[in-house]
Design a protein around this ligand. Structure first.
Ligand SMILES: O=C(O)c1ccccc1NCC(=O)[C@H](O)[C@H](O)COP(=O)(O)O
Length: 212
């Protein structure tokens, strides 16, 4: 079965086109002001105006309702990704209020961290397992940090899940083989510099992931 691919942190039309042309299943936009990949709601509206038939994912970190409302007033999002310290109660409230599917990010360092996912089984539509941010990191994700993929081998969840963290065109096939991930997410590994996506790396990543 083909693995789904999300390309996250897109900031320009060229990279959006490259991801679509290469067969991405999801395009991710970062709505976190401290990120080098941040896009304003207005810019997100421009970037997505002609996009159809591909999942648009908005990434948020402990966002307030007013900001979610502002973003959703500008851009149609198919999935809201939460990369902060959102509780299951908060996710449930967001899903009810905005009626858009939600994905909770679980930060993983050891096998014990998988238990953090369980309280979200009933309130999230997707899970994303990402590496814990390195000490002193400014961002809670998008750090090119990976974790031991064997932790996820044989993992069963009652909802769809993705693997992220330090994936690259060179390691994604191995990461899928070891973890059994049905979907993968990448940002840094397809960039030439933070926030600058590289079309050739995007194509190579998607080819490697889908050919695995
Ligand atoms: O990308 C960011 O700048 C970012 C900021 C705040 C929270 C999360 C962020 N990125 C998350 C991702 O792009 C992915 O979901 C994932 O962490 C993979 O990142 P990477 O290791 O860079 O491939």
């Amino acid at each position: 079965m083909s693995v789904d691919v999300k390309i996250c942190g897109l900031t320009d039309e060229e990279a959006m086109d490259a991801a679509i042309e290469a067969g991405a299943d999801y395009l991710g936009l970062v709505f976190f002001a401290k990120s080098p990949r941040f896009v304003t709601p207005e810019r997100a509206a421009e970037l997505t105006q002609f996009i159809e038939g591909i999942g648009l994912v908005g990434l948020f970190v402990d966002a307030q309702d007013a900001f979610l409302d502002e973003v959703l007033g500008h851009v149609r999002l198919d999935l809201l990704q939460f990369h902060g310290s959102e509780t299951p109660e908060r996710l449930d409230a967001i899903r009810r209020e905005f009626a858009v599917p939600v994905m909770k990010v679980i930060a993983v360092e050891s096998a014990a961290d998988l238990a953090q996912a369980e309280p979200f089984f009933d309130v999230a539509d997707h899970l994303l397992f990402d590496a814990k941010p390195p000490q002193g990191a400014v961002l809670p994700g998008g750090n090119a940090a990976s974790f031991d993929w064997t932790i996820l081998a044989g993992y069963k969840a009652p909802l769809p899940w993705m693997l992220a963290g330090g994936l690259t065109p060179a390691n994604v096939a191995e990461a899928i083989r070891i973890s059994g991930a049905p979907a993968v997410d990448v940002s840094s590994g397809v960039e030439s510099a933070p926030g600058i996506k590289d079309a050739a790396k995007i194509a190579a990543f998607i080819k490697a992931a889908k050919g695995s």
